[in-house]
Design a binder for this molecule. Sequence first.
Ligand code: C5P
Length: 223
Amino acid sequence: GDVAVLVPAAGAGVRLGPGGPKALRLLGGEPLLVHVVRRIAAAPSVHTVVVAAPATEVDAVRQLLTPVAPVLVVAGGAERQASVANALAAVPSGPDIVLVHDAARALTPPALVEAVAAAVRAGHDAVIPVLPVSDTIKQVDAAGVVLATVDRSALRAVQTPQGFRREVLAAAHAAAGDPLTDDAGLVEQQGVPVFCVPGSEYALKVTRPFDLTLAEHLLAAGH
Ligand code: C5P
């Protein structure tokens, strides 16, 4: 394999309600992080997996994942971007392609990992999986009054894994300013084109209680 996958897993999961770090919440009796690492490790291109865990949980996460797949575990940071930077710093020499994949996207198919890696290998410096937007999207002001209706056909919902040539991601993080919610955003700020590939509904991000319920049903259905 020529791919390292960074897994930011240090979020608190506040929007999911009370119950500890999100990556360690249970889905079908196992932590979200176990599901996601198992699927990443099943992708043949993957050489290295680096998990950024909550600082207080590094040893526990290492023990949790040892039976699942070979992984490196580092402490995450206060923002997602810092967690990714810490994981990136731990990647050994070797992999030329780096993917960043949210622990919260627990049911991501290994085929999506392969598709993103393949697009980087084919020559794209930065690759993101996207889905069309099905709802009408409106811009609103702070009082809840509509300012504008956005042209939905030009919009995409962005998932992970996001894939990069290693030097491109490292340069983008080295130059990063205020934290962004994804890594492609940092690369865009460097003027690097970002290429879209089709995402997967199964790569949904478990954020709110409804998402966890949906993920439970998908898992029970064999995904
Ligand atoms: O907050 P959100 O759900 O968008 O987080 C996306 C991913 O980033 C999750 O996997 C979460 O664990 C991770 N994260 C992190 N470090 C933080 C905040 C979020 O690794 N400080």
